[in-house]
Design a protein around this ligand. Structure first.
Ligand SMILES: [Ca+2]
Length: 219
């Protein structure tokens, strides 16, 4: 009788262990970690490491991409060109003329699922100029300064102190689009952007060497 009770008890423990190992919550999280379709290797808003996914699935997609913008400040000097915001050099910057609602836009070349945007504005002066900034993402090229057709993903009231370094905007569910615009709203102002970095989901690897590269980065 005692042996029978022991067998039943062990069977119960085995069932319990099995149940815990394959809970619904864990399965849901694992589905969300599929490579190339979502998830970011970042911390959440409270600085806690996100449990899933562990893989480095993001890549920077704005570097040296085609840009559009409001007229440049003193264009004859060619010191503040719109492409300087994506030239990989944090010291060079785009500097607009003094205009109403100055804007800047980057064409990512194709539709991307964007999870994070990093901005660096001018650091050596004029933090009060970076205020009431809209960041939008869309799928049609707009060069008139009207970005209402784009999805508003962030509104930053500012002002922006150089001590703050990069502005970081994260979108845990990803936002899909090809064009990203940055615009100061409702003001005659200068827009100054040293760096804009856009992080989007990598496409799913299709070859073994791509998989090897990803795993090598994790070591
Ligand atoms: Ca730059």
């Amino acid at each position: 009788m005692a042996n029978t009770a022991s067998v039943i008890f062990l069977a119960f423990l085995t069932l319990l262990e099995h149940s815990e190992s394959f809970s619904n919550d864990e399965l849901t999280d694992q589905v969300c970690s599929a490579v190339g379709t979502g998830g970011i290797n970042l911390f959440d808003l409270y600085g806690r490491a996100k449990r899933f996914p562990p893989t480095p699935v993001l890549e920077e997609v704005a570097f040296q991409k085609k840009t559009y913008a409001s007229p440049e400040y003193m264009p004859e000097q060619q010191r503040w060109k719109k492409e300087f915001a994506v030239d990989g050099n944090d010291a060079t910057y785009y500097h607009s003329a003094l205009v109403l609602n100055p804007w800047w836009l980057v064409d990512l070349g194709e539709q991307k699922t964007i999870y994070q945007v990093l901005l660096l504005s001018r650091q050596d002066c004029c933090p009060e100029r970076f205020h009431d900034v809209e960041i939008r993402i869309g799928n049609e090229l707009k060069t008139t300064g009207d970005f209402n057709a784009y999805k508003l993903i962030h509104f930053y009231t500012g002002p922006y102190s150089s001590a703050e370094g990069f502005l970081q905007c994260s979108f845990y569910n990803g936002i899909t689009g090809r064009y990203l615009s940055i615009q100061i709203k409702n003001s005659m102002e200068y827009l100054q952007l040293n760096t804009v970095r856009v992080y989007a989901a990598r496409k799913a690897p299709t070859h073994q060497n791509e998989l090897d590269s990803i795993y090598a980065q994790r070591k």
